[in-house]
Structure formats: structure tokens, C-alpha cells
Design a protein around this ligand. Structure first.
Ligand SMILES: C[S@@+](CC[C@H](N)C(=O)[O-])C[C@H]1O[C@@H](n2cnc3c(N)ncnc32)[C@H](O)[C@@H]1O
Length: 198
């Protein structure tokens, strides 16, 4: 299992929006989802993505996405899938499986980092080169969004992680970091599972 946590500073935590670009850059959330799960004519199995939406109007929201062939993904409208999931939570106001493989609850970044077990790696340019780090089984990678992790979250993650990992001096998009991590693990043959699409 490959696991990722991404903290979104401004992404809307309620379903009352239409334009993803104006919803705290929900388009960036969509990109992260696409690059976490989608391949050319295939989907990745064995992946868990934790999105923390910290924008208005009801933060923090934790959206957990677990590889599931039943998730009604459409590459063209991933933001709408998130909006529907937030809407289902809005109706129940408690943890829900909003769609197959998509769970929504009110939970903070700190709680998720704390709850998840196994090896944890914080992605930060200032860290140790990825080439010198042994990535263990069931890794959990923690990343910021286009703004980066706020200082308090960065401090917290630094304390809780086994290693701070750098992909080099270039600053990549979050989604690009995820692709690079998948690429590295694919080539190491670690936790790889690919579901061909019919
Ligand atoms: C677009 S970057 C954030 C840029 C933001 N202005 C900052 O300085 O933090 C998004 C996230 O990708 C990860 N990231 C980007 N480039 C990286 C690199 N070279 N090494 C490790 N992590 C990186 C970090 O987790 C970062 O928070």
C-alpha cells in the first residue's frame, strides 16, 4: 500500500461552490487525485490518498480515497466528485462513505498524521536526498499544496516523520512529486498494483 497525505490550505471544505478554480483551487486537488490514481488506460490499485481541506466554511475536512474499482471517476470532472462527497457529509454531519472508496469526515491534519501507522516521510526540498533514503513497506508520504505546509504543520510533521525527504533543488507541483514517488517505487517493484481499464 502506498499512502499520501496532502494538506490544502484554502480548498473549500463545504459543498457550496461551482467553479473549482474559485473554490480554493479545487483544480489543484483534482490534479493530485488524477496523478495519484490514474495511468494511461489503467488505474492504480493499492493506494490511499488523504486530502485535508482547510478552506472555508467548515474546516478541517478529511477526504480519504482508497483504490476501488467502483469509484465513479471521470478524469474530466474530478472536482465534481469531491463536491458530491462533501455534500453527502453535509447531509449526515458524521463520517460517511460518500462514494465507493471515498470517505469524508471532520478531522485535522495532526489527527491523521498521528493515527496513521508505519513509516512516515515528509516531502521537503531541504530534506535528505531520496536517493539516500530507504523507503520501507507501506510508506506514508506527507506533502503540502501550492502554498506549502503552514509553519505549525511543518513543525508537527517534522517531529512525527521518520525521515524528511528531498527530490532535489527543483520545486515541483504536489502532483508531480506524487508521480515521481510512484515512478521510483514502480521501478523498485514496491507495492505495485495496476488495474487495466476495459
Ligand atoms: C509546489 S510545492 C510548495 C511550494 C511552496 N511555495 C513552498 O515553498 O513550500 C508543493 C509541495 O511539494 C513538495 N515538494 C515540491 N518540490 C519538492 C522537492 N524538490 N523535494 C521534496 N518535496 C518537494 C513539498 O511537500 C511541497 O509542500
Amino acid at each position: 500500500m502506498r499512502r499520501f497525505i496532502v494538506f490544502f490550505n484554502e480548498a473549500r471544505s463545504d459543498p457550496f461552490w461551482r467553479d473549482p478554480m474559485k473554490a480554493g483551487r479545487m483544480d489543484i486537488v483534482s490534479n493530485v487525485i488524477i496523478h495519484t490514481f490514474f495511468l494511461s488506460n489503467a488505474m492504480r490499485g493499492n493506494v490511499e490518498l488523504h486530502l485535508i481541506l482547510n478552506g472555508p466554511r467548515d474546516p478541517p475536512k478529511h477526504i480519504e480515497m482508497i483504490s476501488n474499482p467502483q469509484t465513479p471517476f471521470s478524469k474530466k470532472d474530478v472536482a465534481e466528485l469531491i463536491r458530491i462527497a462533501l455534500w453527502k457529509y453535509e447531509k449526515k454531519k458524521r463520517k460517511v462513505e460518500a462514494l465507493p472508496g471515498v470517505f469524508v469526515e471532520k478531522k485535522s491534519f495532526e489527527e491523521i498524521v498521528e493515527e496513521e501507522e508505519g513509516p512516515k516521510y515528509l516531502l521537503d526540498r531541504s530534506g535528505k536526498s531520496i536517493w539516500k533514503v530507504e523507503i520501507e513497506e507501506k510508506p506514508l508520504f506527507i506533502l503540502g499544496d501550492h502554498i506549502g505546509l503552514p509553519k505549525d504543520k511543518l513543525r508537527f510533521a517534522r517531529k512525527k516523520c521518520d525521515e524528511i525527504v528531498s527530490l532535489g533543488s527543483v520545486t515541483y507541483f504536489t502532483s508531480q512529486c506524487i508521480v515521481i514517488l510512484h515512478f521510483l517505487m514502480d521501478n523498485l517493484g514496491k507495492d505495485i498494483e495496476i488495474w487495466e481499464r476495459k
